[in-house]
Each structure stands twice: as C-alpha cells, then as structure tokens.
Design a protein around this ligand. Structure first.
Ligand SMILES: C[S@@+](CC[C@H](N)C(=O)[O-])C[C@H]1O[C@@H](n2cnc3c(N)ncnc32)[C@H](O)[C@@H]1O
Length: 248
C-alpha cells in the first residue's frame, strides 16, 4: 500500500463520540470529528462486517458504480472517502487509475488496494480545478457535514465530460420492504456490528440515513454543481442507490 500523504484539515485529537448520541444526530465539526474517530476505531474489521451485513452485495454495487463511469482506460479517477479502498480495487480492475482520499488514517492504513492515497477532508480537496476524469464515492454521503459543498467540490475537480458515480445505502420506497429493511438495519445490523466490531458505530449506521436529503434535492444540488444530467437509480429493491452524472 502507498503510504498516505497528509493534506487538508484532519483533526489530531478526535473526540471519542458516536455521531448519533441517543436519537440526536451531531452536526458540523462535532459530526466530522466523531465520524473520523469512529472510522479509525472500526477500520480493522470494516471490510468483514460490510461483507456479512450486505451478504456481499456491497461488492456488486461498487462494481456497478465503476461501470457507470463509462470512462476510457487509464482515466484518472478520485475515489473520495475511499476508506479501505474497495472501489480503488474495482477501478484498477476496470483499467482506470484511481487515487484514494479519506480523512481517517485508520481506514487508509487498513487498505491494500495499492492505489496512491492522500489523507484529506473531501470538502477541501487538495486537487486543482478540472484535473480528474472521474470521481467515485462509496457509502459515505451520509457522513459528510455539507453535501452541497461536497457536490460543488466534485464539480470543481472533474473536467468537462468527466463523470461521477456515487453509491450509498437507501431506504426502500415500498412500505413492506421498508418495514423489513428497518427491522434488519435497525435491529440486526447493530447486533452483527456489536459482536464483530463496535456496537455504537453500527448503531449509528441506520440512523445516519436521516442525514441524506430528499432525492430530488440531491439531484438539484448536483445540477447546480455542473452535473446537469445527474440521475439516481435504486439498487436491490431500494436498499442502495447509485447517483451518476457527467460534468457539463
Ligand atoms: C462507510 S465508509 C466507506 C468507505 C469506502 N468508500 C467503501 O466503499 O467501503 C465512509 C468513509 O468516509 C470517510 N469520510 C467521512 N467523512 C469524510 C470527509 N469529510 N473527508 C474524508 N473522508 C471522510 C470515513 O473516514 C470513511 O472511511
């Protein structure tokens, strides 16, 4: 693994908080600090818990995201909030040239993708304007403190004609599926996470869905950031979502 280089404003002493204390969801710097320290804590078993709680579907969803970029071989793709680098692996497999960026030193250190890595806040990317051909982001939108600012950063660093593919968890629209999903996500996932990793962190996961704005709001925000054809597709009956777009 490439040693991560440090850039941006990552905190030296993150507070040992969960981003969701009881039913309250943290905001702003408090949220960023607690998200960062939470991922540092759960990094060693992050991949294992992901595979178990999604029945390995997370791998399929990431591969799908990479296919949707529709970029030529050797294109440079930023994988933002790359974590342990699963998307970087898929990007390499597709013949693309990934660069991973994340603010959690623990997550970066647990990766084995072989991609160049930088430790930075994705809301302040150490990347010149229009420099990259594409951007991916997996299962992280809920964790950012300002999604519109993130989309503006995507518009800034992606060249005209470049593309983005953002995949994240979602809630099914069908009422029955939504109920089944809620039981699994709110009751079972925290138990699996608690057994194998960190109970608080995996208790935050279902609550974190509340951070996501309405789909039409996200699409409007991406349109304003320069992705005029942005669209959202539901995966696996709405348990996940894929947002794609081309920089105009
Ligand atoms: C659920 S993990 C996803 C990791 C990886 N993308 C994947 O597909 O498995 C969320 C990641 O977002 C990172 N993250 C959250 N907010 C961030 C920010 N503002 N800047 C950089 N990384 C951030 C966390 O450190 C964590 O590694």
């Amino acid at each position: 693994m490439t040693e991560p280089t440090e850039a941006g404003d990552s905190e030296d002493e993150p507070a040992a908080l969960s981003p969701a204390e009881g039913s309250d969801l943290l905001e702003g710097d408090d949220k960023a600090r607690s998200v960062q320290s939470m991922f540092d804590r759960i990094a060693p078993r992050y991949d294992l818990v992901n595979r178990i709680m999604t029945f390995r579907l997370d791998l399929r969803w990431r591969r799908r995201a990479v296919r949707e970029l529709k970029l030529p071989k050797d294109s440079t793709v930023l994988d933002l909030a790359c974590g342990t680098g699963d998307l970087c692996v898929n990007l390499f497999q597709a013949g693309l040239a990934p660069i991973g960026i994340d603010f959690s030193a623990g997550m970066l250190a647990s990766g084995r993708s072989g991609a160049p890595l930088t430790q930075a806040d994705v809301l302040r990317l150490p990347v010149p304007d229009g420099r990259v051909d594409g951007v991916t982001c997996g299962f992280a939108l809920r964790n950012f403190t300002d999604l519109h600012a993130f989309f503006i950063e995507l518009g800034r660093v992606t060249r005209p004609g470049g593309s983005i593919a953002l995949v994240d968890a979602a809630e099914p629209e069908n009422r029955l599926l939504r109920l089944g999903h809620a039981i699994y996500f709110q009751r079972i996932v925290p138990k699996i996470g608690g057994l194998l990793s960190d109970k608080n962190a995996y208790g935050y996961l279902p609550k974190s869905l509340a951070y996501l704005p309405a789909p039409e709001e996200m699409i409007a925000s991406l349109n304003a950031a320069g992705f005029t054809d942005a669209r959202r597709e539901l995966l696996f009956a709405g348990a996940a979502q894929l947002i794609t777009g081309t920089r105009s």
